[in-house]
Ligand binder design. Structure first.
Ligand code: F6R
Length: 628
């Protein structure tokens, strides 16, 4: 939801800002813009649409200054257009903004009464007006920001610069992420660490209500009342190369192919290879902050985790989108392997439905970005009522990771495609591990059972590699598949959330009608949709529900539906019933979702690309949803 970048230093700010915006474009691509000091004033260049339009506009532009800010927009207030693109420049102040100013209308009216003339429809521009009215009397930018903050309501982050102070940048975080790092005689600020990686791997994540003041090569943090705050540096071990496509046509396809590695990396730290048992590493229940995790004594920490796992009487899993479907799979795993009651909720529902959280509950929040506004709000609500929170995140030190009591990491590496892929499989692997750990600690599973499930899980990455071989088939079949009027995805048990995920992927990438259903629900309505133009993706791997799913398939076949069946090995029944058959390797039910999700991802990817859609940046979406 909008990407912010700022640079102060000896390089050409144009190159740093455009480079930074490229790595932030996943956050929004309705418009982009930069403002760089040139001959003592900000020269601003903006363009509607993708970053490429801005790149073409700026390529022959020159700037003599060393201070600049940039922005890539996901529209909230005001349609996507150049007029609404950031930065907003008023009276020598330039500003970029991510988030929403909730009291926008009243402030805009008030400023209008005072004679302000607006040149955009955004809530962001009024912050530039407020700052300009403070700086016009000679007030330094830092003080102007402190004076304006109490007037703004909402979840927002801003970065402001002033032509009167060519050596200064001031930022404030209240919600959407901001991170800062020092390179060689330079400082870079951005919404995401990826924009900083070419310059430094030692970064500082801003916490909510922190003001960042950059002066020359130095920076400090203060509270909104100006009192100094401590700075905690985090070392990042991602490399900038991870953010390259490495020969794949899209990030999404590269990330689909990285999934076996993501699964292996997610589970590896938590498997005691000698004992063939689960031992969760440095979860940190009881640690004072995420920064302390690395130095925790592993055995003491495991003992604290064991206590939580055995004492928990009820689990709540809360997330959005694809992460929510991972949570649904978690429900099946935790209930069946650990015997603990589980409720799964969409974060935007959970936070407003006044959920009853009994004592000894554990809330598990799942978020690739760690910044999803509704998931973060659900976490805060549960913590406020004394419930312990365990986060499953990909981005370390993200807001959700920092605020949770316990932490599990996807270790999936940077995920750039807007549609989530490898984060999902990494989460499914972690939920398997967590369910086994809980089952083990609560004596629901015998050591031999844990060992068998673990062995199957460890075999999953190489089995996933074999399923990836279907890539070629889907790329050829896409030309036919895209002609269907719609897609119904169905499955039972853990295959049901995968069906939901398959439908979501097709909707968001191919913009086609698709629905995910529990196969047993078919007769209760969706069967009416079936005719020879409707494709049905039936997820029917070998498990204790397969026979029932096959009966559902017969019903679809009898009504002329075009069936793509996903099953286990050579399955003559499924082959007979289906138009196309995808054979997965044999695995227990716990591992099946890791295998069956690959064909549904490949289907959506190839249908969308054959329709000519931008699969890495689907229309109207953004990767990190930092507003509710
Ligand atoms: C779908 C997708 C989204 C995200 C959702 C949650 O492909 O990517 O549905 O899964 O926005 O995002 P995180 O996991 O970052 O909280």
């Amino acid at each position: 939801m909008c990407g912010i970048v700022g640079y102060l230093g000896p390089r050409d700010p144009k190159d740093v800002l455009i480079g930074g915006l490229k790595s932030l474009e996943y956050r929004g691509y309705d418009s982009a813009g930069i403002a760089i000091l040139h001959r003592g004033e900000f020269k601003r260049i903006r363009a509607e649409g993708k970053l490429l339009n801005l790149e073409n506009k700026v390529k022959n532009e020159e700037f003599d200054g060393h201070l600049g800010i940039g922005h890539t927009r996901w529209a909230t207030h005001g349609p996507p257009s150049e007029r609404n693109a950031h930065p907003h420049c008023v009276g020598g102040v330039s500003l970029v903004h991510n988030g929403i100013i909730e009291n926008y209308s009243e402030l805009r009216e008030e400023l209008g009464r005072g004679g302000a003339v607006f040149s955009s429809d955004t809530d962001s521009e009024l912050v530039a007006h407020l700052l300009a009215s403070e700086t016009k009397s000679g007030r330094p930018l830092f003080e102007a920001v402190l004076a304006v903050l109490p007037r703004l309501r909402g979840a927002y982050s801003i970065l402001a610069v002033s032509q009167e102070e060519p050596n200064v940048m001031v930022a404030f975080k209240n919600g959407p992420p901001l991170v800062v790092g020092k390179g060689h005689h330079e400082v870079v600020i951005a919404s995401d660490v990826q924009a900083l990686l070419p310059y430094t791997k030692d970064v500082v994540y801003l916490h909510d209500h922190e003001v960042l003041v950059v002066k020359g090569e130095e920076f400090k943090l203060t509270a909104p009342d100006g009192k100094p705050l401590p700075i905690k540096t985090v070392h990042i071990n991602w490399s900038p190369e991870q953010a390259e496509k490495c020969g794949y046509p899209h990030f999404m396809l590269k990330e689909i192919f990285e999934q076996p590695r993501a699964v292996a990396a997610a589970m590896a730290p938590h498997i005691d290879l000698a004992l063939k048992a689960v031992k969760l590493q440095r979860v940190g229940f009881g640690a004072s902050s995420v920064e302390d995790l690395a130095t925790l004594k592993a055995d003491q920490d495991w003992a604290a985790t064991q206590r939580v796992l055995s004492e928990t009487e009820r689990v709540f899993i809360v997330a959005c989108g694809t992460s929510f479907y991972a949570g649904m799979i978690g429900e099946y795993l935790l209930e069946r392997l650990a015997g603990v009651p589980v409720e799964v909720d969409i974060a935007s529902e959970f936070r407003y439905r006044h959920p009853v959280l009994p004592p000894k509950s554990l809330l598990i929040v799942i978020s690739q970005s760690g910044e999803t506004a509704d998931t973060l709000a659900a976490l805060r609500m549960a913590k406020g009522s004394g419930t312990k929170v365990l986060s499953i995140c990909n981005v370390k030190s993200s807001s959700i990771d920092r605020e949770a009591d316990g932490h599990l990491y996807m270790n999936a590496g940077v995920e750039i495609g807007v549609a989530s892929t490898k984060a999902l499989v990494a989460t499914i692997a972690l939920l398997n591990i967590l369910a086994l750990a809980m089952g083990q600690e609560r004596r629901q599973l015998k050591a031999a059972e844990v060992k068998d499930f673990l062995e199957a899980l460890q075999a999953a990455p190489s089995q996933m590699e074999t399923v990836l071989a279907y890539n070629q088939w889907f790329s050829e079949a896409a030309a036919t598949l895209k002609k269907h009027k719609g897609f119904l995805y169905m499955g039972r048990g853990v295959s049901f959330p995968v069906a939901m995920e398959g439908a979501l992927k097709l909707k968001e990438l191919a913009y086609m009608h698709a629905e995910g259903y529990a196969a047993g629900e078919m007769k209760h309505g969706p069967l009416a949709l079936i005719d020879d133009r409707m494709a049905v993706v039936m997820l029917a791997p070998q498990d204790d529900l397969q026979e029932k799913t096959i009966s559902n398939l017969e019903e679809v076949k009898a009504r002329g539906g075009k069936i793509i069946a996903v099953g286990t090995g050579e399955d003559p029944k499924l082959r007979r019933l289906s138009e196309h058959y995808v054979a997965l390797p044999e695995a227990p039910w716990t591992v099946n979702p890791l295998l069956e999700v690959i064909p549904v991802q490949l289907l959506a990817y190839h249908v969308a690309s054959s329709l000519g859609h931008d699969v890495d940046q689907p229309r109207n979406l953004a990767k990190s949803v930092t507003v509710e």
